[in-house]
Ligand binder design. Structure first.
Ligand SMILES: Nc1ncnc2c1ncn2[C@@H]1O[C@H](COP(=O)(O)OP(=O)(O)OP(=O)(O)O)[C@@H](O)[C@H]1O
Ligand SMILES: [Mg+2]
Length: 386
């Protein structure tokens, strides 16, 4: 492990993409790192989040979290006793809204645009199409980065089944739009050669899906054809942006077995794609002092000599504690709990050093006993990893 934190990394990059398994603290880390960057590095910093917890949105002073980027009120920094060097902005990824914007940008004319937006299949696809969310996240990132409005963009990722999917989403989208299936679908049906082999497919599809559905599909793809070039070009550009030297990745993990395995999987996948692992963030880590020998001695003493300690305590402290039998029991339990936690903390340290070998920058954040509820809390967490 090195002593270097996130500061140098964030100062040197323009895009930081966070990944990790579900619930490890990606969204919280993104917000904390973004807040620190705005406070310490200056410039305009954007945190692009997915599904932020209500409390996190409140912590950023954003009741209405939406697709539109909003500045986190500077007064919140002032309330936290911080005079930020730069500005903190935040936005959420709204899949449907982002797709609509994409169509508006690429449709050749107003008529096509409106027809696509009103097409029932379009609504369905953008809502449910596999990876539509992953793709749009990367697409949106590309657009915002290209606008040059921000010096640093810290990106959250959705909890996906296959957590690395979003990396491949642009490529897959380009493949989809270049696919023969799509070309064939958008060929006007008159000139479509319906082979003997494909005829049964059509008659079955007609019966099962209804001819209206097939008409919708055909119309949809014909309309989409007009955006084809724009889409493929964009998807390729998004792929290139992921491996740009201005982009880096953060893998967030807790030190629980399952989360560690998933983090290793992520690290391997990044390596396989030649993408840089900028830093490893270990979150919800037990405090160091569980490893403290003196503390452990106290705990062991309590489990063995709870009676004597309680007798000494109870009589002097408060007569209502009785003869100290209760106190003794509680003290023994506390001592035992401490020792149990110590075992977990030891295992965590082993996991941390094993996982830590993969990354040049490894930072850890303690398990807080309450949710982050304000910018102050976010900055406190951010400082631990800075
Ligand atoms: N260091 C921490 N200590 C205590 N609680 C934390 C810590 N970091 C995050 N949490 C809490 O854990 C929960 C999950 O955090 P968060 O939403 O950031 O995770 P996530 O990885 O984005 O989850 P998802 O995969 O569902 O998007 C939240 O309630 C958050 O407040
Ligand atoms: Mg999240």
């Amino acid at each position: 492990m090195t002593s270097s934190g996130l500061e140098q990394l964030l100062a040197a990059k323009e895009i930081v993409i966070t990944c990790g398994s579900g619930g490890v603290g990606k969204t919280t880390t993104v917000a904390a790192a973004g807040a620190m960057a705005a406070a310490e590095l200056g410039g305009k910093v954007l945190v692009l989040t997915v599904d932020p917890a209500r409390r996190l949105a409140t912590a950023l002073g954003l009741e209405q979290f939406g697709n539109v980027e909003r500045q986190v009120p500077p007064e919140l920094f002032a309330a936290a006793g911080v005079e930020p060097q730069g500005e903190l902005w935040a936005a959420m990824l709204d899949t449907k809204e982002s797709w609509d914007e994409l169509v508006r940008a690429h449709a050749p004319d107003a008529r096509t645009r409106d027809a696509i937006l009103a097409n029932p299949l379009y609504t369905n696809i953008t809502g449910k199409f596999v990876q539509s969310h992953d793709y749009i996240a990367m697409e949106r990132l590309y657009e915002i980065h290209r606008s040059g409005r921000y010096d640093l963009i810290v990106v959250d990722t959705p909890p996906t089944r296959n957590a690395i999917d979003f990396l491949e989403a642009p490529e897959r989208m380009a493949d989809f739009f270049s696919s023969r299936l799509l070309r064939w679908l958008i060929t006007p049906s008159r000139s479509r050669i319906v082979t003997a082999a494909s005829r049964p497919f059509y008659s079955v599809a007609d019966r099962i899906l209804g001819s209206q559905f097939l008409t919708d599909i055909a119309e949809f793809f014909v309309l989409f054809q007009s955006m084809y070039d724009g889409f493929v070009e964009r998807a390729n550009a998004v792929t290139r942006l992921l491996s740009d030297r201005r982009t880096t990745f953060l893998v967030v993990s807790t030190l629980e077995e399952a989360s560690v395995r998933e983090a290793e999987f992520f690290i391997d996948e990044l390596r396989r794609r030649d993408l840089p692992l900028g830093a490893l963030v270990l979150n919800k880590v037990l405090p160091d002092w569980f490893g403290d020998e003196a503390a452990s001695h106290v705990a062991t003493h309590l489990t063995r000599h709870g009676d004597e300690v309680s007798a000494a305590l109870a009589s002097r402290h408060d007569p209502s504690l009785g003869d100290g039998a209760q106190v003794a029991r509680v003290l023994r339990e506390i001592g035992q709990s401490f020792l149990d936690y110590r075992v977990v903390a030891t295992r965590e340290r082993e996991q941390a050093s094993e996982l830590g070998r993969h990354a040049e920058v490894v930072v850890s954040a303690p398990h807080l006993d309450r949710d982050v509820a304000d910018l102050d809390g976010l900055l406190a967490l951010g400082r631990r990893v800075w």
